[in-house]
Ligand binder design. Sequence first.
Ligand SMILES: NC(=O)C1=CN([C@@H]2O[C@H](COP(=O)(O)OP(=O)(O)OC[C@H]3O[C@@H](n4cnc5c(N)ncnc54)[C@H](O)[C@@H]3O)[C@@H](O)[C@H]2O)[C@@H](O)CC1
Ligand SMILES: [K+]
Length: 521
Amino acid sequence: MRLGYPAAAIRAAEAPLLDAGRGPVLMRTAAAGLAAVCRRDLIEARGCVTGARVVVLAGAGNNGGDALFAGADLSRRGARVTVVDVLGRLHPEGAAALRAAGGDIEPLGAESAPLTARAELVIDGILGTGASGSLRAPLDTFIADWQAAASGTGSARRQRVIAVDVPTGVDATTGAVGAVHVRADRTVTFGGHKAGLLLPGGADAAGELALVDIGLDLAPFRPTVEAPEPADLAVGWPFPQPDMHKYTRGVLGLVAGSHRYPGAGLLTTAAAVSTGLGMLRLLAPDEVTAAVLDRCPEVVTEPGRVQAWAVGPGAPDTLLMRRAIIEAENRSLPLVIDAGGLGLLTRPLETTCIVTPHAGELVDLLGRLTTGVPTRAEVEADPVTHAVRAAQAFEGVIALKGRRTIVARPDGSVVAPPPGPAALATAGSGDVLTGILGALLATTAEHRVAERSGPYDQADWSGPATDIAILAGLAVTVHGLAGHRTTHASGLPAAVEDIVLGLKAGSAGAGTGQNDGRRGE
Ligand SMILES: NC(=O)C1=CN([C@@H]2O[C@H](COP(=O)(O)OP(=O)(O)OC[C@H]3O[C@@H](n4cnc5c(N)ncnc54)[C@H](O)[C@@H]3O)[C@@H](O)[C@H]2O)[C@@H](O)CC1
Ligand SMILES: [K+]
């Protein structure tokens, strides 16, 4: 689990060390970690550091200082290092170290963008946590010109970009990106993950993350983002225990599917059953249950006792959904509400609940719960703010589905699972997620699913998750992993790809067959 902190928290954690005169040591430690990542990447890409063309983009502050000391390290090891002094002022000790190691320093000029575009490795040390406001000229035009020149080179071996602490143009706290911002392959961040590196916008700009320990004590500070990783499934997943039977393992009540949308009932059921649970009770019209039983004969279609509810996929019967919601409230059962169930939400519920709208559905939900409703485009442009607003209005957890799904708690903290492949943007994908999440709620040990009032700290993260927001994060993580497993490198889902490849093979085969035929005549 990666924990993301606001830039102010990281800076506050640095303050006592800076007051104690340890600033230079912190910078040397940060720069050494950064240089090690750069060397590893260069060796992987080209076999050695010697002779590599490296451009260091250095700003005026400590972010530039980190980059300059790392550039000095690479220069000492034989790389050809050129620094572009982007803001007209450099960290003095960093600049001295770079020169002493044999590197060059150039002012920002007309040649800077093409020079940067030709580099094998670009180190972005322009702005870090000290950035304020949008990028000022000429910084914005320089970055845009470099990116245009780099994409125009047509070079087969694309350059690598490593951002120092946070890519320039990304808000370290919110992840908001300006129209112009650095897009990195990797970001080497110091002391703790900045929240913005884990959130939509920033996460895409940052690329892969590497964390360098510089000895900060973050225990007094609250993370605002928890970002599950696939490895967290091994800890947080409610695995079945040997002494369980079907009722203690967990029974999910599911209201899904209708005459108009029978497939949603089948997809949600199949996903829940594949996730694993003690039993699934499906309440749906006969034609839906008949189709489901054909595929999943273990499903029970009689009402009875359950430990969690999932309602809404496939426009189910309103009365059935209302009954499920009332029972969940009366018996304090955890509940997931999706799609057709969202229209019933006009007030906060009296039980642990997660609601899973996409952007358009969130707009409708906000319309019923608040005044001042955003447009769908506004939600898509700033999903975190709007998901948190909805969680506060609903007084419960909201999973706003999108390429990067955001799970928001009313206290403003969010869970940000990794994105799945683009192939998951398909009808029925949300039904599958509801099935996975329903099964997780039902099977969470002793039905202790609750809603935390805030994020975990690392010490809490040692056993199966019981917080509904984390369970949702794990469900999205598994959903994405399943998507990746069934997606070919082309980005097409496996089944479609197989058809396309089959067609190609078929037409090639037909050609060969004709030739063979002629030869045979
Ligand atoms: N403080 C510490 O203890 C440590 C800091 N470290 C590094 O220091 C960074 C923070 O350093 P600083 O506080 O010096 O800040 P930065 O280096 O992020 O930036 C400050 C400089 O950028 C300029 N600037 C800010 N916003 C701008 C904008 N929109 N357009 C153009 N110029 C802008 C400011 O005028 C100032 O000169 C961290 O991100 C990290 O990389 C590391 O060396 C580790 C230790
Ligand atoms: K940077």
